[in-house]
Design a protein around this ligand. Structure first.
Ligand SMILES: Nc1ncnc2c1ncn2[C@@H]1O[C@H](COP(=O)(O)OP(=O)(O)OP(=O)(O)O)[C@@H](O)[C@H]1O
Ligand SMILES: O=C(O)[C@@H](O)C(=O)CO
Length: 412
């Protein structure tokens, strides 16, 4: 029986959430998209990964409501809406509209918004989101290609996205404990941003809000929930995870992320590397990359990447159009994933949210069991692809340390 039903707006975000929940040793399932079949073998924590961060609002809401129906059918009575710890969204959405649609469907008056993730440098103080020591709008997120963040005030960011009023439970209240938060929420409007700068704040917030039908945020505010549910008697020891054995170690690394941290990770990785060029892909397709890959020894985990500096990305986008440039790269990396699997690769390290969508789809992965964590918010996952057991990790653009790729391969 599912206790907490989670809906994530992208794939790396979903593994991030699933990984943090799994830290408590509970069984967590992650599903790619809403399963066609009715819930069968479900876990106490189910995470449905959607790709709705930047889709039109109506489409995002429809998909989220369909995920909600599946999770309700799985038995969940509490739900979590996971979005990016940098609040990636526009004036139109999709964070607010999806939250409001879920609230309506659940018949609940109020929800909380807490994207803080202290371990990865995301903190909220007086409603302002920080990335490391910088305000969100002064961080590299100001240049994000799809959701550039030009304000750091979460109330102002959320306001235009929702019909109801937006309020704040600030750090001073959080510091006074769970009861103080509950009292503040009782007189607050429907949409409430909650400050958190450290994990202790997140524990207090989770304690105060754990019975709400809907919580929303980054992954970290959900992290305390399994332990609290255990104390509440909602899950038992049988919820503990039993992990499959790691698959054979032939591996490939695929990176379509151009985020600042991924650029450092690609530069730091010591293995044979092949760089994809969107302009060449537009002309000649991925044959050259596939030929190169066919000649590689998968025991040393070669890297195929399109990761490039912002100027290079802008030049390709100007020539090909942003969406087409992205598609060419994603299609090529998807082909490479399939070719590597045919050559025996059973471990896949993937960087980038969109890229992860393309690769998991190419590998026909539908369900992932959550394994050991490589870096905060980035676990190994176990799945089946074309009848083979595989391990795959989906890394958010800005997560992990510079040695992430080597570290990932050493972790299994
Ligand atoms: N050299 C390039 N030129 C143009 N577009 C590129 C290039 N390299 C990658 N892309 C595209 O940029 C997008 C990168 O998005 P992706 O979500 O994979 O990474 P990210 O934004 O760093 O990750 P996350 O969403 O986890 O933070 C993809 O659509 C990818 O195909
Ligand atoms: O919350 C985060 O920062 C990540 O899980 C993510 O959503 C990146 O796409």
């Amino acid at each position: 029986m599912t206790v907490l039903g989670c809906i994530a707006d992208d794939f790396t975000g979903a593994t991030d959430l699933a990984g943090l929940l799994a830290r408590a040793g509970v069984r967590v399932n992650m599903r790619i998209g809403v399963p066609d079949a009715a819930p069968g073998d479900t876990a106490p924590f189910e995470v449905i990964a959607l790709k709705i961060r930047t889709t039109p609002v109506e489409d995002a809401v429809t998909q989220a409501l369909s995920a909600l129906d599946w999770l309700k059918a799985a038995g969940a009575k509490r739900f979590f809406w996971k979005y990016c710890s940098t609040f990636d969204s526009t004036d139109e959405g999709n964070i607010g509209p999806v939250a409001e649609a879920l609230m309506d469907a659940l018949g609940t008056r109020q929800t909380v918004y807490c994207p803080a993730f202290p371990e990865n440098g995301r903190a909220i103080f007086m409603g302002h989101l920080f990335v490391g020591r910088q305000l969100l709008a002064e961080s590299t997120m100001k240049d994000h290609p799809l959701t550039p963040m030009h304000d750091s005030n979460l109330m102002r960011l959320l306001g235009p996205q929702v019909q109801g009023d937006v309020g704040l439970v600030d750090r001073l209240t959080v510091a006074r404990g769970a009861q103080a938060i509950r009292e503040a929420l009782a007189v607050a409007p429907p949409h409430v941003v909650v400050d958190a700068v450290a994990d202790e704040d997140l524990i207090t917030i989770a304690r105060a809000c754990r019975d709400m039908p809907l919580m929303t945020g980054g992954s970290a505010v959900a992290m305390p929930l399994p332990a609290l549910y255990r104390t509440d008697g909602l899950i038992d020891d049988q919820a503990d995870a039993a992990l499959p054995a790691p698959p054979a170690d032939a591996a490939v690394v695929l990176s379509g992320s151009c985020s600042a941290m991924t650029r450092k990770q690609v530069a730091a990785y010591r293995a044979p590397k092949y760089k994809l060029d969107p302009l060449a892909l537009a002309q000649d397709g991925p044959e050259d990359a596939l030929d190169w890959l066919g000649d590689q020894d998968l025991a040393v985990a070669p890297l195929i990447y399109a990761t490039a500096e912002p100027d290079e990305v802008r030049a390709a986008q100007a020539e090909l159009g942003t969406a087409h440039a992205g598609e060419l790269v994603e299609d090529a990396l998807a082909e490479c994933a399939r070719a590597a699997r045919a050559d025996g690769a059973r471990r896949f390290v993937v960087a980038g949210g969109e890229t992860s969508g393309a690769v998991t789809q190419a590998l026909g992965v539908e369900r992932l069991a959550i394994g050991p964590e490589i870096a905060p918010g980035v676990p190994w996952c176990f799945a089946t692809s074309d009848g083979h057991p595989i391990a795959i990790t989906l890394k958010s653009g800005n997560f992990g340390s510079e040695d992430f790729f080597a570290r990932a391969l050493a972790t299994l």
